[in-house]
Design a protein around this ligand. Structure first.
Ligand SMILES: [Zn+2]
Length: 389
């Protein structure tokens, strides 16, 4: 199984300059690959494969000196990224989601990571991270890596640098809990479980998010091109990073608790949920939080051998979880009161029970444990993206 470890890097001035130059070369390569694919398609009606682009890159490397400054596998990884962007584009086309979104060109500063796909392009040596063509970087290994490191991604986040190691490891076998749970992510509390547990957003996170909104407003009032704006921009980036880290930490802890207690975990398919709710709600900060939380939960569930399922959340807050009658309510009404069977529950608790029942069709007791519902491969990729986020 794969797991991601993230560590802070402290490059020297020279190393940082090299890293920035590498990002820029990769960004230009990424954009030119998009152009090549587009032109090729327009002139021939056929796609350009990654293998063909690799041949073009090899030829270019003989002429373009800048390309020689970057480790060859880092360049090859850029081609993989282009390919993945295209696969996503084709997938969206076939799914007809409405928004298809052609792969986007990366503007200056928007390309913020490079990947060394295998050793010895990177290596941990005497407490430092050795990167080919960059040097020996100071790294803060706040915890040990357990397992075999497969890939190494270097990311710029504001003015900080991080490395993410994707590690292959054998999860230890533990008995899977037999209890099942449904999870309703909500507006009032962060999430509500079908056993009635409410997970509230921690206060420090709420405070940081409120502050973030404030500094963002202040940034929007600053004049373009001014020094004040640059400063405000950096303050926003710093706070963004802080909020993101706090939120991720909170998500890790809450997901861990759920996975330790339940063997079947049922959540809402948020893609559908967002479509339902968007008419009423502006995109709030917590919106993004739910999706990431569920990804993390899915990956932890897989690791622990639990089963994770997603269900259509349609009407989960309307239906009565006891008798099934429809009890319409506005977004403001927080309590579910069923006139047919007399059930009184908090709105989110009722929804969480409905979510659980949707996966088990009311047979939670005799639920047969099967293979995890999500394939390990796609899940790991998502989880890796998340951790590297
Ligand atoms: Zn009822």
């Amino acid at each position: 199984m794969r797991k991601t470890y993230k560590y802070r890097l402290y490059p020297s001035k020279t190393q940082e300059a090299k890293l920035l130059a590498t990002l820029e070369v990769c960004r230009i390569l990424f954009n030119s690959c998009l152009v090549d694919r587009k032109c090729h398609y327009e002139s021939t009606g056929k796609g350009l494969s990654r293998i063909r682009q690799q041949e073009i890159l090899a030829a270019d490397k003989k002429r373009v000196l800048l390309l020689k400054e970057v480790h060859s596998q880092v360049l090859q990884d850029v081609l993989f990224r282009v390919d993945r962007a295209y696969q996503g584009f084709f997938r969206r086309l076939s799914e007809k989601h409405g928004k298809t979104g052609y792969p986007r060109f990366k503007s200056e500063g928007r390309y913020d990571s490079i990947t060394y796909p295998q050793e010895p392009g990177f290596k941990i040596e005497e407490g430092k991270l050795k990167l080919s063509k960059i040097g020996h970087l100071k790294i803060k290994m706040h915890r040990a890596v357990a397992g075999q490191v497969k890939t190494c991604t270097i990311r710029k986040d504001g003015n900080h640098w991080y490395t993410c190691f994707s590690v292959e490891y054998e999860p230890e076998k533990r008995p899977v809990p037999t209890k099942a749970v449904g999870i309703d992510v909500g507006l009032k509390s962060f999430a509500t479980l079908s056993d009635g547990t409410e997970i509230t957003n921690p206060k420090h996170l709420r405070k940081a998010e409120a502050k973030l909104k404030r500094v963002q407003r202040s940034l929007s009032r600053k004049k373009k091109g001014g020094g004040n704006r640059m400063e405000a921009k950096q303050a926003v980036a710093k706070l963004h990073r802080k909020v993101r880290n706090q939120r991720l930490d909170f998500h890790h802890k809450e997901a861990r608790k759920i996975v330790n207690n339940f063997g079947l975990i049922v959540a809402e398919d948020l893609k559908i949920k967002n479509m339902v709710r968007n008419r009423h709600l502006s995109k709030s900060i917590s919106d993004a939080g739910w999706g990431n939380f569920l990804l993390l939960l899915a990956s932890k569930a897989e690791e622990a051998g639990c089963r994770f399922e997603k269900v259509d959340p349609c009407h989960t807050s309307v239906n009565c979880s006891c008798c099934g009658s429809k009890v319409p309510k506005t977004l403001a009404s927080r309590t579910h009161r069923c006139p047919s069977c007399g059930l009184v529950l908090s709105r989110d608790h009722n929804a969480a029970i409905n979510i659980l029942q949707r996966a088990t069709a009311g047979t939670a007791e005799s639920y047969a444990w099967g293979e995890p519902a999500l394939s390990g491969h796609s899940l790991n990729q998502e989880a890796m993206l998340l951790a590297a986020w």
